[in-house]
Design a protein around this ligand. Structure first.
Ligand SMILES: [Zn+2]
Ligand SMILES: [Zn+2]
Length: 240
């Protein structure tokens, strides 16, 4: 990685494995769009699954863009947490734990959408049968304890939203949770958010696009990604 400049990042993108994402969100298309926008680093953060990440990592490496192994997990409290791993191994270990703790409910494609796995040719090759967009049985504290032991960086997702955010569901960020960075939506500037949440001043912020469509990629803190400066990179040094 370059050591001397800000990185343009979008660390919250859903692939076609997430039932709510557009079918065109194949890893190959996501990566192509990110490169077209000049992004340096992205993460595919599907709901409760890392099923497309191994393929995405290989495609990204071949195209010369950095992709951080990641997932957006939903805890029992319906809190969305972005989990970023320094390596695929840690993510896959976590993925198996999440799958065991996912309610055994079949996806109804006509209601929720397709959950598609892709290959290195960027073709659809399989479907995930179990519905992914649900709260897992893992509590927030169980989740934090487990992912932390796997070397993961946890960033609570879209904390400015009333639903599925740690603030919306719990009202506070548990002070002993080891959380140091928060994500806010791509169209909310951290400085504006802090005006009404001065109690959160000690946290650092990232913005992610939470893209479900190709045209939304990079729309976070601008139209070409959120800029991760050196200070934030050192906070997230395990990933960068
Ligand atoms: Zn979310
Ligand atoms: Zn999301």
């Amino acid at each position: 990685m370059h050591q001397d400049k800000e990185l343009r990042c979008d660390l919250h993108i859903h692939s076609c494995l997430s039932p709510c994402a557009d079918l065109l969100m194949t890893p190959g298309n996501v990566i192509r769009q990110a490169i077209n926008l000049g992004l340096d680093c992205i993460a595919i953060t599907d709901h409760n699954s890392a099923g497309n990440i191994q393929v995405a990592l290989e495609l990204a490496a071949a195209k010369g863009i950095r992709l951080i192994p990641a997932m957006e997990v939903e805890t029992r409290e319906e809190v969305h947490l972005l989990c970023y791993f320094p390596s695929l191994d840690g993510l896959l270990t976590w993925d198996a734990i999440v799958y065991e703790n996912l309610p055994k409910r079949k996806n109804q494609e006509e209601l929720f959408g397709y959950q598609l796995l892709t290959d290195l040719q960027d073709e659809y090759v399989a479907k995930e049968d179990r519905l992914l967009a649900l709260a897992t049985k893992l509590s927030l504290s169980e989740t934090l304890e487990t992912v932390t032991s796997l070397g993961c960086v946890v960033i609570p997702a879209h904390v400015d939203r009333p639903v599925n955010s740690i603030l919306g569901q719990l009202g506070i960020i548990p002070p002993d949770a080891g959380i140091r960075v928060l994500e806010i939506s791509g169209n909310t500037a951290p400085v504006d958010f802090l005006r009404s949440h001065s109690e959160l001043e000690r946290y650092r912020f990232v913005q992610g696009s939470d893209s479900h469509f190709l045209h939304d990629i990079g729309r976070c803190g601008g139209t070409r990604g959120f800029r991760v400066n050196e200070e934030l990179r050192s906070e997230l040094s395990i990933l960068f």
